[in-house]
Design a binder for this molecule. Structure first.
Ligand code: ADP
Length: 978
């Protein structure tokens, strides 16, 4: 239409060039829409000039520039443009349509000129005409676009309603928008995780779509961008860019100039972005962009787009809702199917009964338990299905559940199914109230689980544990005693009642018959019958069954059930039968007790309960137990043997007799500690040596074992240069010979001592006796007249020798008292000084004139703790000895001194003295320095022994030292008193 306007203009008013300028309402920008006769340079530079500074001039009247160069209302750049194009004057009329200025119609001339009113009028007229035409066309165009958009919206709505596949629908919608409404259309959705994903992009050119896709991939959009989809989704506010500003592209390109290039190349002109919001939820956004079409989106377009977005959002929401609903339904259906399948297939019996106790639904498992088909249950009552008796048992539970609204859980029930009568089953039954959605009880749910196998498994596990326990206890029992009879009896005790109601142990006696060792019954009142069975039981080893059979064959026997006939056949008489009947016998096992191949007997285990018959399993256990018992018996025997050997070795170790074992070559193989002790030969020196080399006079000993001499022989032998008196016995055996010997050396010495004593005592006794006898004979003689002095002298001899005799006898008595332990001392505080003084005073009466008695004591001396009589005896003995063993006279001094805690008595003489080597021995019993009395001084050799013994009993001590003048000093010390 615009060229036509220009043609009309040229025909109306002659000019050198014409132009139709259009003004954009939105931004008051101006462009040349059509022209003729104008150079392109002018169009460009003039457009630029106007954009830079639009003329503020009224278009109500035609604008006349008769000389452009002088028209200062034009911008200098605009005037320059004219100068360049060579236009000198112009006439411009406004194109007005209503209130709007649509543009201008301009006439240009190369020469300056003046315009007539007519020319101006014609131009105005033409302009009005053109404005009307353009306005109408525009209106028409707007109408058409509106219609187009409406059609698009309608089509889109139809599309949106056509499918619940919203992804496809939205993609189609994008395609539908192109190119009528937009050159580009993109749809982005908010994903479940909140991120934004592109669902569809549409453009007429598929190559461009690919290119845009690659672009987006290479330069992913910033999810936090302040414009575009992220912004719209975030703010829920639409975005309208009538003109996409340069800066937006720059911002979108960021630091990447290349991207800016590419975006510019797309030639994006205007854009619209609207959120997809449904039920207050942002689902995504639709973006419309114009490029090639040059369309500029207006508010009206935004409204259209929003309308479309609303519809699309609703459609998507519906689709989503539908999808969810569908998924929910599918899920519900699936779970219903699962429940149904479970209901049908579960091995747990399930039933639903209404409040009238009628079956509404049952599953196969329950039908099987009830012994009626599933169908036969429907609508029938408990009584009709199960019969009066069972129904009467169950109904109270149903009623309870209905009344209380509380379930009854895991009720243990025993019974049998119709399918397998006679087979005991264990069930756990639960009853639940079933309620409808509003909470009203509408019936009862019944749940029956069969726990028979579980119970059986539990019982089996328990039995296994019990057996292990029995085994453990049995092992302990078996190890606790070495007497196998006791052990076996204890085992029997252990098995009752856990493994048997009663149990008997029979053993084979030496003569091959059986003896009942033990009978244990779980019921103590049956003890009498057990005893009877013991007494009665002298089972015939040839009996066909029971213990006889088992011991004979060595094989265990299981009698799972013992019938009366069997019992009768296998008992010897009526009484035996009666006893067994009384004890109770329904099932039994007999297992052999075999140790080291020897049949010791048998173990009989009996179950008196017909419901608990023994099985092969039980038999295996019993056999196992019997084997263990047998092994224990064996071990006990071996142990006993080993122990006996060990004990023998122990005896040899500890026996007081020397024991020596020689091998056949006569080499010592065993040499016990006593042998070591007696001979002084260590084991290491004896063992491995020929006996001949150890003993001096071996041949005499060797002959003992050959003779098989049982009686001991006392023999002097020479062992490493020592003479020993041994009492020896010897025995030969296959592998050599054994000798036992006892040391008699000291006994021998005592023997010698004793005979010495006897001779000494005899001698001692004989001397005074001879004197007495001689004196008595002389006195009796009548042929010899005796003067009175002689007579007195003889009597004096008799008296003094009798006294000596008495003293000797007294000494011997003392010794015997000391040795028999019949001597008691009474320790008290006594004045040692006074006591010694009196001893010395007494001695003065009888000491020969050649002896000078001296006594000295400290003025004050402590008292001593001693038995005064015994101390006196000791001191008297010492003074007597000092005098006695000073045959040539001299001084005898008794001195008393305090030495620490001791009171010391010294008796010194100048007599014969005691050689230092004999200082100890003179205190021995019967020991005398001069037994042969070469110096004519007699004694028993007991005085010093008695003194030492007495002092020891009083806590004192005595020793002898050599004196200064060849004599000796006897020193006695006693503890001072308190
Ligand atoms: P007895 O005097 O009766 O022989 P004792 O036991 O009193 O017996 O003495 C033992 C021996 O000690 C005496 O035989 C004697 O040889 C010797 N003996 C004892 N006292 C003295 C002494 N004072 N001087 C020398 N020898 C003594």
């Amino acid at each position: 239409m615009l060229p036509e306007i220009l043609g009309l203009a040229s025909r109306t008013l002659a000019a050198d060039a014409y132009a139709l300028w259009r003004r954009d309402d939105a931004d008051d920008s101006w462009t040349v829409a059509a022209h003729s006769g104008l150079p392109d340079e002018y169009v460009a530079s003039a457009t630029a000039a106007i954009r830079g500074a639009p003329a503020a001039i009224s278009l109500d009247e035609p604008i006349v520039a008769e000389d452009i160069s002088a028209a200062d209302w034009l911008s200098p750049s605009h005037r320059e443009a004219h100068a360049a194009a060579g236009t000198r004057s112009m006439l411009v009329t406004g194109l007005r349509y209503g209130d709007r200025v649509l543009g201008t119609l301009a006439f240009y001339y190369r020469e300056p000129r003046t315009f007539t009113e007519a020319e101006k009028g014609s131009a105005s007229l033409l302009a009005n005409l053109a404005a009307a035409a353009i306005g109408t066309a525009e209106l028409y165009e707007a109408q058409r676009r509106l219609a187009d958009d409406q059609r698009f919206v309608a089509e889109a709505s139809e599309l949106l309603a056509s499918s619940l596949e919203y992804e496809t629908t939205l993609a189609n919608l994008a395609t539908l928008a192109v190119p009528h409404f937009a050159d580009w259309c993109a749809i982005d959705m908010v994903e479940q995780d909140g991120s934004i994903g592109r669902l569809a992009v549409a453009h007429v050119d598929p190559a461009k779509i690919r290119w845009a896709g690659e672009l987006a991939e290479k330069y992913p959009p910033d999810p936090d961008a302040a414009y575009g989809v992220p912004n719209v989704v975030r703010t829920r506010r639409p975005e309208l860019f009538p003109e996409i500003p340069e800066e937006l592209l720059r911002e979108a390109a960021g630091d990447t100039p290349e991207l800016y290039e590419l975006l510019s190349e797309l030639g994006l002109k205007s854009s619209l972005c609207v959120p997809l919001v449904a039920r207050d939820r942002v689902l995504g956004a639709i973006t419309f962009v114009s490029a090639e079409s040059g369309r500029r989106y207006s508010q009206a377009d935004l409204a259209t787009a929003q309308d479309l977005a609303r519809r699309a959002a609703t459609a998507v929401d519906n689709a989503l809702l539908f999808r969810e609903a569908q998924a929910a339904r599918r899920e519900a259906q699936e779970s219903l199917a699962v429940v149904d399948a479970m209901f049908t297939a579960t091995p747990i019996g399930l039933a639903f009964m209404d409040t009238d106790h009628r079956f509404v639904r049952v599953n196969q498992a329950l039908a099987t338990i009830n012994g009626v088909t599933v169908e036969e249950h429907f609508g029938r009552s408990l009584r009709e299905v199960l019969g009066d008796r069972r129904a009467a048992e169950i109904e109270p539970y149903h009623r309870q559940v209905l009344e209380t609204g509380k379930p009854i859980l895991d009720l243990p029930v025993q019974g049998e199914t119709a399918a397998a009568p006679g087979e005991k089953r264990n069930w756990l039954v639960s009853y639940y109230p079933v309620r409808d959605a509003s909470g009203n009880t509408i019936g009862i749910g019944v749940l029956i689980s069969d726990v028979t196998e579980r119970e059986e498994a539990r019982a089996a596990a328990e039995a296994a544990t019990e057996r292990l326990r029995i085994l453990a206890e049995a092992s302990q029992q078996l190890a606790s005693t070495l007497d196998y009879k006791t052990t076996l009896a204890n085992i029997a005790q252990l098995l009752v009642p856990r493994f048997a109601d009663w149990c008997a142990v029979d053993i084979v006696t030496d003569d091959g018959t059986f003896r009942r060792l033990a009978v244990v019954h779980k019921d103590p009142s049956k003890a009498e019958w057990g005893e009877k069975s013991k007494r009665l039981y002298s089972s015939d080893p040839n009996e066909p069954e029971g213990t006889g059979r088992v011991v004979r064959t060595g094989e265990a026997v299981l009698y799972p059930t013992i019938t009366d006939e069997l019992l009768e056949a296998s008992t010897q008489n009526r009484e035996h039968y009666e006893v067994l009947k009384q004890l109770g016998i329904e099932s039994a096992m007999v297992v052999p007790l075999t140790a080291s191949g020897r049949r010791l007997g048998a173990l009989m285990l009996v179950s008196a309960d017909a419901d608990r018959p023994y099985t092969e399993d039980d038999l295996e256990f019993a056999k196992h137990l019997a084997r263990r018992a047998a092994v224990a018996v064996d071990n006990a025997r071996l142990y006993r043997a080993a122990e006996q050997r060990a004990r023998a070795a122990l005896v040899v170790e500890h026996v007081g007799d020397g024991v020596m074992l020689l091998d056949r070559a006569g080499v010592v193989r065993l040499w016990n500690p006593a042998a070591e002790h007696i001979t002084g030969l260590a084991v290491a020196d004896a063992v491995g040596q020929p006996a001949q080399e150890l003993f001096g006079s071996w041949d005499a000993i060797a002959s003992l074992s050959q003779l098989g001499q049982a009686r001991p022989v006392t023999q002097a032998v020479d062992v490493s240069g020592r003479e020993l008196w041994l009492s020896i016995t010897g025995v030969g055996f296959q592998g050599g010979s054994v000798y036992a010997f006892r040391d008699l050396t000291s006994e021998r010495a005592i023997e010698t001592l004793r005979s010495d004593f006897v001779s000494t005592v005899s001698h001692e006794l004989r001397t005074p006796l001879a004197a007495i006898y001689g004196a008595a004979l002389t006195l009796r003689r009548e042929d010899v007249p005796l003067g009175e002095p002689q007579r007195a002298g003889l009597l004096e001899v008799i008296a003094s020798e009798s006294d000596r005799l008495a003293r000797i006898v007294n000494d011997i008595l003392w010794v015997s008292r000391l040795e028999s332990g019949g001597m008691h001392s009474r320790i008290e505080q006594c004045d040692g000084v006074e006591l010694a003084r009196s001893v010395v005073d007494t001695a003065r009466h009888y000491v020969p004139p050649s002896i000078t008695l001296g006594f000295s004591a400290p003025k004050r001396a402590p008292r001593v703790a001693a038995d005064a009589d015994k101390l006196r005896q000791v001191l008297t003995n010492l003074v007597d000895n000092a005098v006695k063993y000073s045959p040539d006279g001299g001084k005898v001094d008794v001195e008393i001194a305090v030495a620490g805690d001791w009171l010391r008595f010294s008796v010194s003489d100048e007599g014969l003295g005691v050689p230092p080597a004999e200082h100890r021995r003179i205190f021995e019993k019967f020991y005398r320095l001069d037994p042969d009395l070469t110096r004519g001084v007699g004694g028993t050799g007991l005085g010093l022994y008695i003194s030492r013994e007495l002092l020891e009993r009083m806590g004192g001590r005595i020793w002898v030292e050599s004196g200064g003048h060849g004599g000796s000093i006897f020193i006695v010390e006693l503890p001072v008193g308190d």
